[in-house]
Design a binder for this molecule. Structure first.
Ligand SMILES: [Zn+2]
Length: 244
């Protein structure tokens, strides 16, 4: 048996057998890991509020030979979304982050993604939603290698810098207005430059700016749709966030 103690983010839990919970964790050392928290439903003592999705914990768990599920022994809360009052937009935002991380392949170490998730989580912990969510979705596309180049039309090569671009849910890259494909959606010049700023700045640096829901709506949509196209699934929490 191999014992592990390390940082992790709780993504999701499911009832499992009698009083156990199946837990999906995103660990810093081992990427996504699934484990069983024995008696977690009956006794809250060992895990307390630590099984709430998007809780950042120090997890103690044991890996058993030839077994897919690890045994979760104890979680120490490092930061919890429950430390702030429940707010619908923030909850939907946290769910979106969890839903995307849940799509990472099991066992793939993703330290850059882990650091991104933590930085975004920290901003959401102090009550911000729209900027950290936009930041997270854009950066996930970049870290996964799914972010198209926004500076040039993928069809004719036209320099699109400083202007709007068009993207489609079915093909790669962005185009100029003349080459836009059926069902294309526009991304405003302001949002293209916002994206560049997001790639240059830190989530902490951007946190000083006012970021109401209306800011970068098309950019958020672009980032979510690009994720969805590559994940080949709809992100339900993004829909919930859109209804806020
Ligand atoms: Zn073109």
């Amino acid at each position: 048996m191999i014992q592990h103690v390390g940082e992790a983010i709780v993504l999701r839990t499911w009832p499992f057998q009698e009083a156990d919970l199946l837990v999906s964790l995103f660990t810093r050392e081992q990427g996504r890991v699934k484990g069983v928290a024995r008696h977690a439903m009956r006794s809250r003592r060992r895990f307390g509020g630590a099984l709430e999705p998007m809780t950042y914990v120090r997890a103690t768990y044991a890996e058993k030979p030839r077994q897919e599920l690890v045994r979760l022994d104890a979680f120490e809360i490092l930061s919890s979304p429950l430390s702030r009052p429940i707010d619908y937009a923030r909850t939907a935002g946290l769910e979106l982050v969890a839903e995307v991380l849940e799509e990472l392949p099991e066992g793939a170490v993703e330290d850059a993604v882990f650091r991104l998730a933590l930085a975004v989580l920290e901003e959401m912990q102090v009550g911000r939603v729209w900027m950290p969510v936009t930041y997270f979705c854009l950066w996930m596309n970049r870290l996964m290698g799914w972010m198209p180049e926004l500076g040039h039309c993928v069809v004719c090569g036209l320099d699109l810098r400083g202007g709007p671009v068009w993207y489609s849910a079915t093909s790669d890259g962005v185009t100029c207005a003349d080459d836009r494909r059926g069902g294309s959606v526009g991304l405003s010049a302001a949002s293209v430059s916002e994206a560049q700023r997001i790639f240059k700045g830190t989530v902490k640096g951007l946190a000083a700016e006012a970021w109401p829901k209306e800011r970068g709506v098309d950019l958020r949509r672009f980032a979510v749709e690009t994720l969805e196209r590559h994940l080949e699934r709809r992100l339900m929490s993004a829909r919930a966030l859109g209804r806020v």
